[in-house]
Write a protein that binds this ligand. Structure first.
Ligand SMILES: C[S@@+](CC[C@H](N)C(=O)[O-])C[C@H]1O[C@@H](n2cnc3c(N)ncnc32)[C@H](O)[C@@H]1O
Length: 257
């Protein structure tokens, strides 16, 4: 329903930053978004299209996080700043006027967004490129195109909402490490990994012989492979995958050039 309400105002946008109307996320949904992101005092939360600042303010007030809200609308940025002062969290959060599609996300460990699908589609590659593995992304109402969610939840609303009706849908994601490529380890092990966001497909071989896998899973920087009679559990870094091979101890793969 939100899409129908919002698209009319946005379809004509071309070069200029695209605007979407200000509709707030209900408080119980804000609370659940931050829980799904496992928000804590170590986190830096960025809300893209921050409206009156409620998500970032709650992240600071209820979870001890720091944060940044970005909105195209300067009046909303001023309102969010006042709300943060009233909530006593002004020292831990900041609101700036700007385009969500140009925001530097490097500091974030949690990103939240209640934005239309066409904006999420443009944001998605930036999230993947700029966020560190293990960072969480939670979207309200619309899914991130192409991403495999960790959880999809429907929250029953205590009051009917202009955009969402009686329920709100939430999507939570974990940013994956970049595991794509060819990796080799002592003992003649080779992994050829194809990757599309959180999904991986792995061709494993040992001494040139294919090794059949029944499971290949990537979550944040943790990779798990299981095949007939073996399992490997490791951590993906830019140039190495270090882990444990069942029954054989440590195994370190290096990225092949
Ligand atoms: C649906 S509201 C969500 C507000 C708040 N995040 C919440 O959940 O209550 C979307 C907000 O995004 C802002 N917005 C839309 N497009 C934007 C863009 N490209 N960059 C920054 N803000 C944008 C709008 O001004 C509006 O305040």
């Amino acid at each position: 329903m939100l899409a129908a309400l919002l698209v009319a105002g946005t379809a004509a946008a071309q070069e200029a930053p695209v605007q979407a109307p200000f509709i707030t996320t209900p408080p119980e949904v804000v609370a659940r978004m931050l829980e799904l992101a496992r928000t804590g005092p170590e986190d830096f939360v960025i809300d893209l299209g921050s409206g009156d600042g409620r998500i970032v303010i709650r992240a600071a007030a209820a979870h001890g996080a720091r944060g940044l809200g970005v909105d195209l609308d300067e009046r909303l940025v001023a309102e969010a700043t006042r709300n943060a002062e009233r909530a006593g969290v002004a020292e831990r959060v900041r609101f700036v006027a700007g385009d969500a599609l140009r925001t530097d996300l490097g500091e974030a460990t949690v990103v939240t967004a209640y934005l239309l699908p066409f904006l999420l589609e443009q944001l998605e590659p930036r999230l993947l490129a700029q966020l560190r593995p293990g960072s969480r992304v939670v979207t309200h109402a619309f899914a991130l195109p192409g991403w495999l969610p960790e959880a999809v939840e429907t929250v029953k609303l205590s009051q009917r909402h202009t955009g969402q009706g009686d329920t709100s849908k939430l999507f939570s994601y974990v940013v994956p490490a970049q595991a794509r490529g060819t990796w080799r380890a002592p003992g003649g092990w080779q992994l050829v990994i194809w990757q599309d966001r959180q999904r991986i497909d792995v061709d494993a071989s040992r001494g040139g012989q294919p090794v059949t896998l029944r499971l290949a899973q990537l979550r944040a920087d943790r990779i798990r492979l299981e095949g007939a009679g073996f399992s490997f559990s490791g951590r993906v870094a830019p140039e190495r995958i270090e882990g444990e091979l069942s029954g054989a101890g440590e195994l370190v793969f290096e990225r092949a050039r």
